[in-house]
Design a protein around this ligand. Structure first.
Ligand SMILES: [Cu+2]
Length: 147
């Protein structure tokens, strides 16, 4: 592909969309690394967790205490978000399950690691007490004191 020098009036039209594309790609890469990283940094866009059929994407997210996450149903069937220890439940308040296109937001104030599951697509092993299927974790980090 030949890329010639752009005239000044071409710069905005060509460079800006390209930068936007790059930024999107970078965020996607950050999300992928965030999932497998060593409990690492929140991604560039940590505020949304997608609920797919049938998994959370990403399954493991980190948020700073006081921060919020939006769980968006980006699938074709209903989902929900429930803390294993009962700290929160996306069905509360009459919301019911999140239908496709619906979202549920929650603000996390207490640091800790919260195990979440979807009651429609996860099951508990009664011997081990562990959940499998549509499960995930939300790690709430201490508020920024050394950043
Ligand atoms: Cu589900």
């Amino acid at each position: 592909m030949t890329v010639g020098p752009y005239r000044n009036d071409d710069v905005d039209a060509v460079t800006l969309p390209a930068m936007r594309w790059w930024k999107t790609a970078a965020v996607s890469a950050a999300v992928m690394f965030g999932v497998t990283g060593c409990g690492g940094a929140a991604t560039d866009d940590p505020s949304t967790v997608r609920m797919l059929d049938n998994r959370y994407m990403p399954a493991d997210v980190e948020v700073t205490a006081g921060g919020s996450l939006e769980f968006l149903n980006d699938g074709r069937v209903d989902h929900n978000v429930i803390d294993v220890d009962g700290e929160f439940d996306s069905r509360d308040g009459g919301a019911g399950d999140q239908k496709p296109g619906e979202a549920w937001s929650h603000t996390f104030t207490e640091p800790g690691v919260y195990s979440i599951y979807c009651s429609l697509h996860a099951a508990k092993n009664n011997s081990t007490g562990e959940w499998s299927g549509m499960v995930g974790t939300v790690t709430v980090a201490e508020g920024a004191s050394n950043q």
